[in-house]
Ligand binder design. Structure first.
Ligand code: NAD
Length: 694
């Protein structure tokens, strides 16, 4: 055994050399790994090995690039192409022995071996698309040559990891081993010995054209595939570029295909989308860290969860816990509401394609319904999800204070109410916190954890950690009306409602925001939620546009008429001239002159107040970091990740430009146009919102 570099060693077993990577935690392709692989292969060849096995110690094969080297600064070392060439051109068989996950650059290395042996539990994928990129080390040209075009297209545009069944079937893996790492080693050595004995050919993936032949010139195959991913990948550049690379693999020589890959890779790498997506990757990881609360803060051990209210949110929240095996007690005010709520939970499980009927029963068995809050007595956390009414919430928290065991966390799912006020009615405000889930709560990834003035470190750390355990992306925020997400959303709403009185149509506003990358605009969103939420006919005096809409029987999608008219069968939305007339008449009554409003103005007036509010949120210390604001918006409100989030986007537009525009729009009036001093200062200093941190 000989060390080649600090993370790679060379071993010999008879005629076989093993080049072993040991670069914890995930054997990323750091400079010393690349250099070690390059030197290791060459030393093995020079030493007369008759076959070479490339494998890794620890929990996984090479899991990808070393992201800490993304910013540059690593010492000069062999590049990945040189490592790959050393493997591919070795005069003896090279076998990659794979366990854990072979992802990105890791899989691109494995694709340069002549053969691949894997443990049954291994996973394979090219997830670059998720960072707005494509595999830039020949992966786009090699994968289709090994697996065929359809599989490569699917893997590269989705970033999905495949298991060994699939990998074996599509030719990505030649042989499976079962057991632990030493079983893999034995199997790989066995394979290598056979390769020597049987004089197996040195199969270079780059030379194999049989599997791509069928797709050569088949424009329809690619057109169909593009259509199949169009909805899911709308606005993203990287999926399309991945497709173009596979097209090149089918139609061009390997060398020409590599040139296409290189050109498109560089374009993505230097373009704004990947920059935003890579920024966002780190933003999400940062959100989990709370300055001032150290890692050793004791956590409440959550073995049982209580949920109060089995409505829209309560049911979904309960599902999150049941899904990870935490028993839930869900309490409603009466049996009928409870039965209704549990039936919705069951239906949601039954509708889910990834859940078998057996699993539905298992999950349902984790949820116990009750109409008695006293059943929360043995819960380690109780999450309240009753109506959004401060008096009701206070009454409930007084009761919970009597029922919950000492140390249990008492959380509210309020969307906007003052968590401090709720906590104040209890004898233990240190155990009270906001846990703001998003609808549908079993699907949406975001969790705003709302820290009250008195929430203890243990309470905060437990809420953040349980969020992670149930598969959410948790961002810690402070108390204010609407917290981070809704507070910014309110600002957009004010201006959207205003601009339609000035002459933009709801359809125009929605289109501009849809084209920006949101799943839908504010008016389509209102129709979906229902225009009559919080509206009462007896109090309606035709004073607001909403009053007028509801009074004329427009309730949104639920009755087929809202800002749009909905087709009863297809649910397709069509702008309605009657709505435009209602808006026009209302505006005229208010003395507002209608004019043509440009798309650019719509965009600026909807989004700049959000940026301004985001800056105010930061200066008030409601969010810890600018990037946390982005995490909230990408995960909770469908801000397109390829634009990074409102703070990153504002930086990319230019803060000076935004400040100037806000000053211009401030004549329109309203607190949302009052310029944030922080925003003004950062613009003047050339600072950024996205890397601002409190
Ligand atoms: N719907 C959303 O999109 C959304 C998103 C985030 C947060 N929230 C917040 O979540 C909370 C619940 O909202 P929702 O949309 O689920 O409302 P909902 O009306 O669908 O459900 C509320 C449930 O609470 C039950 N309830 C009321 N008083 C009760 C009591 N005293 N004891 C037991 N059960 C009681 C009701 O019977 C009802 O089933 C609100 O605070 C809301 O602001 C809602």
């Amino acid at each position: 055994m000989a060390a080649v570099t600090e993370s790679v060693r060379l071993e010999t077993e008879g005629d076989i050399a093993l080049v072993v990577v040991d670069n914890p935690p995930v054997n990323a392709l750091s400079w010393h790994v690349r250099q070690g692989l390059f030197d290791g292969i060459n030393q093995a060849v020079a030493g007369g090995a008759k076959a070479i096995v490339v494998m890794c110690d620890g929990r996984t094969f090479i899991a990808g690039a070393d992201i800490s080297e993304f910013g540059g600064g690593a010492p000069q070392a062999a590049g990945l192409p040189e490592v790959q060439a050393a493997m591919e051109n070795a005069p003896v068989p090279v076998i990659a022995a794979i366990h854990g996950t072979a992802l990105g650059g890791g899989l691109e290395v494995a694709l340069c071996a002549h053969y691949r042996v894997a443990l049954g539990s291994a996973k394979f994928g090219l997830p670059e698309v998720n960072l707005g990129l494509l595999p830039g080390a020949g992966g786009t040209q090699r994968l289709p040559r090994l697996t065929g075009v359809p599989k490569a297209l699917e893997m590269m545009t989705s970033g999905r990891h495949i298991g060994t069944d699939e990998a074996l079937e599509c030719g990505l893996v030649d042989e499976l081993a079962h057991g632990d790492l030493s079983a893999l080693r034995t199997a790989a050595i066995g394979f290598a010995n056979r390769a020597i004995a049987e004089n197996m050919p040195l199969l270079r993936v780059r030379d194999r054209n049989d599997k791509v032949e069928a797709a050569k010139g088949d424009t329809e195959l690619f057109a169909k595939f593009r259509k199949s991913i169009a909805r899911k990948t709308r606005g993203f550049l990287a999926p399309e570029y991945n497709v173009q690379c596979v097209e090149a693999a089918a139609n061009l020589s390997f060398e020409e295909g590599l040139k296409v890959e290189r050109k498109l890779f560089l374009e993505l790498m230097t373009g704004p989308q990947s920059q935003a997506q890579r920024y966002y990757f780190f933003a999400e990881r940062a959100a989990n860290k709370v300055p001032g609360i150290d890692k050793d803060t004791p956590l409440v051990d959550i073995q049982k969860c209580g949920v109060l209210g089995a409505g829209t949110m309560g049911g979904g929240i309960a599902m999150n816990f049941a899904n990870v095996g935490i028993p839930v007690t869900i309490v409603e005010r009466d049996q009928e509401a409870l039965d209704r709520g549990l039936a919705v939970v069951r239906k949601n499980y039954e509708r889910s394609r990834s859940i078998t009927p057996e699993m539905v029963e298992q999950r349902m068995a984790m949820i116990t319904g009750s109409t008695d809050k006293a059943d929360f007595a043995d819960c380690d956390i109780v999450i309240e999800a009753v109506f959004e009414d401060m008096e009701l919430k206070k009454t409930i928290f007084r009761e919970l204070d009597q029922i919950c065991k000492p140390g249990a966390i008492m959380a509210s799912n309020t969307s906007a109410l003052d968590v401090n006020e709720i906590a104040s009615v209890t004898s233990r405000p240190e155990s009270v916190i906001g846990m703001h889930f998003f609808s549908p709560a079993n699907v949406m990834k975001l969790l705003e954890v709302v820290r009250g003035d008195k929430s203890s470190d243990t309470t905060v750390a437990t809420a953040m950690s349980i969020g992670k355990r149930i598969g959410k992306i948790a961002a810690l925020v402070g108390v204010c009306h609407g917290f981070v997400g809704n507070r910014m959303l309110f600002m957009r709403r004010i201006e959207a409602d205003r601009i339609i009185l000035e002459g933009a149509t709801p359809a125009q506003v929605d289109r501009v925001l849809f084209d920006f990358g949101f799943p839908m605009g504010p008016f389509a969103m209102s129709d979906l939620a229902g225009l009559d939420i919080g509206w009462k006919a007896e109090n309606s005096k035709g004073e607001t546009l909403r009053d007028l809409m509801c009074e004329s029987g427009r309730r949104g999608q639920k009755n087929g008429r809202g800002y749009y008219t909905y087709d009863s069968e297809t649910r397709a939305a069509t702008p309605d001239p009657e709505v435009e007339q209602i808006i026009k008449d209302f505006a005229t009554g208010k003395g507002i002159e209608q004019r043509e409003v440009s798309d650019q103005e719509v965009l600026e007036r909807c989004l700049y107040p959000m940026v301004n509010e985001g800056a105010k949120i930061l200066e008030e210390g409601i969010a810890i970091r600018g990037s946390d604001v982005d995490v909230v918006w990408v995960n909770g409100y469908g801000w397109p990740v390829y634009r990074g989030g409102p703070m990153h986007w504002a930086d990319s537009v230019g803060l000076t430009e935004i400040v100037e525009k806000i000053k211009g729009y401030s004549a329109l009036g309203g607190r949302h146009w009052e310029l944030s001093p922080l925003l003004e200062r950062l613009a003047a200093e050339g600072g950024k919102l996205s890397n601002y941190s409190n």
